[in-house]
Design a protein around this ligand. Structure first.
Ligand code: UGA
Length: 429
């Protein structure tokens, strides 16, 4: 099929590339001319495992193109996906100005029937607004359908999540776009759920909020485990093997971050408020998440006492493993807290050091993870990168003035660490 994707952020670029990979013809549009140039020249603006190869392959096959012109994308495709940012506003509600702008641009360029699909995460009833806007600004007065098709990919695993989705949600206002949407997704061999537009929009916020709730739940359990002398990982295993609960997203740590969960929780609380429901459960999810960071900082200060003049090594800056994304990263928050209390930091991240520099200009960036601990009073693990499990513990221990590790992601085994002579503090164990 002939598709265009407006917006080449994480969602837009990965979606467009995976659509091309299964044989569709895709035009990716972005209003950032420099980014388009970079993509046209074979550069990838984000780190996402497996993406670069797929982009190159599909560009070479002539199925994937990049342009800065929305009109070019709209006029050369039957289905247009909107994948632009929906950032939070100070009161927690969603800034929909990019969506509105794109809806107008699409409307102005339409000269024949189009299916306009919203892929960005939006509040329920945004589809109605997009429909009204296109109607108002479409000078050619052509027919169109608006569809809601939320995206569930995770950063760092985006290509895999897109190629093998658990489900595809298609929210429609009429039957007309269903056949085309089904054809687009048939190659992905996933269950396709057709709903009304409002339900599709709500599914996205409900899903992310539930996953955030799962993390806060296990973090609350971790607090009880610490007080009771139990081990949160064993508890997670014990409850997670119940298929109704599931083991995934039950890893305790310093809390969730990233550009989705914190923003989507605030938005969903706000949306619920606007329809007359105070979602206290989700407010508690937020509170537990904030508390989790406080409790971890307290663990550090309880042990090191005064942080002024202390040197701390930090492993991890990205908001999670497999990404260079540091937006709303708990690891960056933690570093800022330690700096505020007067510590100096030596930091390492396998992919996120460049992006971290604007948030943390006054720390020492160390290329080799095994050298981070040198001359430090303690070592902190802040992101769950798998490679940190391969840390040269003997070298790290020798480099530290005292062998103290605060593991905010439970990467190491407490008994083994103690045996090796570490003062080892993790979360919920
Ligand atoms: C999340 C959802 O998982 C995706 O399904 C969704 O499409 C995406 O948001 C979005 O709305 O665009 P993402 O933000 O990429 O994906 O990251 P996650 O893998 O969900 O992790 C979010 C945060 O939770 C990270 O800070 C991670 O460290 C933390 N986390 C995750 C935990 O603390 N414990 C866990 O068990 C799992």
């Amino acid at each position: 099929m002939k598709l265009s994707i407006i917006g080449t952020g994480y969602v837009g670029l990965v979606t467009g590339t995976c659509f091309a990979e299964v044989g569709h013809h895709v035009i990716c549009v972005d209003n950032d001319a420099a980014k388009v140039k970079m993509l046209q020249a074979g550069g990838i603006p984000i780190y996402e495992p497996g993406l670069e190869e797929l982009v190159k392959k599909n560009v070479a096959a002539g199925r994937l193109k990049f342009t800065a012109s929305t009109a070019e994308g709209v006029q050369n495709s039957d289905v247009i996906f909107i994948a632009v940012p929906t950032p939070p506003q100070p009161d927690g509600s969603v800034d929909l100005s990019y969506i509105e702008r794109v809806a107008r641009d699409i409307a102005a360029a339409m000269t024949s029937y189009k299916i306009v699909v919203d892929k960005s995460t939006v509040p329920v009833k945004t589809g109605e607004k997009v429909t009204e806007t296109i109607k108002r600004y479409c000078t050619a007065k052509t027919e169109f359908d608006v569809v809601s098709n939320p995206e569930f990919l995770r950063e760092g695993f985006a290509v895999g999540d897109l190629m093998k989705p658990d489900r595809v949600v298609i929210g429609v206002g009429s039957q007309r776009p269903v056949a085309a949407m089904t054809e687009i997704y048939t190659p992905f061999n996933a269950p396709i759920i057709v709903t009304d537009i409002n339900s599709a929009e709500l599914i996205k916020h409900a899903a992310n909020s539930f996953l955030a709730l799962k993390i806060s739940y296990i973090n609350a359990i971790a607090t009880v485990c610490e007080a009771a002398g139990a081990n949160v990982q064993e508890v997670a295993q014990g409850i997670g093997l119940d298929e109704r609960i599931g083991r995934r997203f039950l890893n305790a740590g310093i809390g969730f971050g990233g550009s989705c969960f914190p923003k989507d929780l605030s938005a969903f609380i706000k949306i619920s408020e606007q329809v007359g429901y105070e979602f206290k459960l989700l407010k508690e999810v937020q509170r537990i998440n904030a508390d989790q960071m406080e409790r971890f900082v307290k663990k550090i200060t309880d042990t090191l006492w005064v942080l002024k003049d202390k040197k701390i090594g930090v492993l991890g800056l990205a908001f999670k493993q497999n990404t260079d994304d540091v937006r709303s990263s708990p690891a960056i928050d933690l570093c800022q807290r330690l700096l505020k209390d007067g510590a100096t930091l030596r930091v390492h991240d396998p992919k996120a050091m460049d992006k971290a520099k604007s948030f943390l200009p006054n720390v020492t960036y160390v290329d080799d993870m095994n050298a981070v601990a040198e001359g430090c009073d303690a070592l902190v693990v802040a992101t769950e990168w798998d490679e940190f499990k391969q840390l040269d513990l003997a070298r790290a221990k020798a480099g530290l003035t005292h062998p103290i590790m605060f593991d905010g992601r439970n990467l190491f085994d407490p008994a083994a660490m103690e045996k090796l002579g570490w003062i080892y503090k993790s979360v919920g164990r």
